[in-house]
Design a protein around this ligand. Sequence first.
Ligand code: UD1
Length: 357
Amino acid sequence: MASPIILVAGARPNFVKIAPLLRAFEARSVETLLVHTGQHYDYVMSGVFFEQLSIRQPDAFLKVGSAAHGAQTAAIMTKFEELLETVTAPRGVVVVGDVNSTMAAALVAAKMRVPVAHVEAGLRSHDRSMPEEINRIVTDAVADVLLVSEPDGIENLRVEGAASRARYVGNVMIDTLIAQLPVARALEPNRTYGLRAGEYAVVTLHRPSNVDDAMQLEQLVTFLERLAHEMPVVFPAHPRTKQRLQAAGMVSDAVRMIEPLGYREFLGLVDSARVVVSDSGGIQEETSYLGIPCVTLRSNTERPVTLVQGTNQLAGNNLELAFTLATQRKPRRPATIEGWDGSAADRVADLLAELWN
Ligand code: UD1
């Protein structure tokens, strides 16, 4: 394949961002090469997203799998470098989000002098204990084009002296949400679980800071059981969370722990929830767009627009506060944020098609 734009995806949140980008490039007849690093590999973490979001089969699958951060990052770098050497005159590499695959691919491309664009650039939690924060900083340091999804991103990059590389494009994840919402709503996934719309909590947890510490995890389970006395709690558990809970023998009857859901089922479940309790990055944005109250079990966020304009509230590890926030009844209040409009991927494709001509 000659002169493609290479798109790299590796983990669950990446697939949601890559789907509209691929479509936007295809609509402009720009040749693309889709790389899946294999950071996530289970059907529920990967395959179901390709199916539901109509992402074509990857042109290259690097099969890196799970490992410690250093080993995983190194494996992605080694395999992506080998792949990039075989591509004739690549126009550029597009990486999305803040996972290990994002940083690894950006580093390789930058060293091989292939232009790099980072979609979702400029987000900063200012908390270097988060692996994703390191990934964001490194990726933005080496990328040539920084495509920003929310206003603080522009300010953060200005402070870091990177303003000249930054462009505000909006949020590609919201492109996918807007495209999929009608189907997600029609599914009424809450009915599958016998839940009444507006009457239940959706929980997700997977950050190492919450699930890798046995004491913190135990307190979280106690908190969820308390919440379950107030409203039904449904908890699609990430594989690492499930492993930790099972290893510690913490199985709760009150909380409905289920397998990770497909994109549409999860979106539909969130859309008719009373409240979402989570430590995810993307869910802070999705709930803000939908207007569903979100209690984030972290003490900081790289997505402050969700606090100011959206429905997100930080509880840190204060579970008393989390309980108070999660049980408050709040009216639905969808946020309007610049560039969260369903056309962010079109802006990215227009910009890169011109820049990398
Ligand atoms: C990764 C990202 C995180 C993102 C999250 C979304 C990094 C540093 N972290 O975290 O930013 O929010 O994805 O899910 O890149 N596992 C499976 N099946 C899979 C994938 C993982 O069982 O398909 C299990 C393995 O035991 C693995 C563990 O989950 O060791 C963690 O996976 P990993 O990709 O290292 O990190 P995540 O916690 O998923």
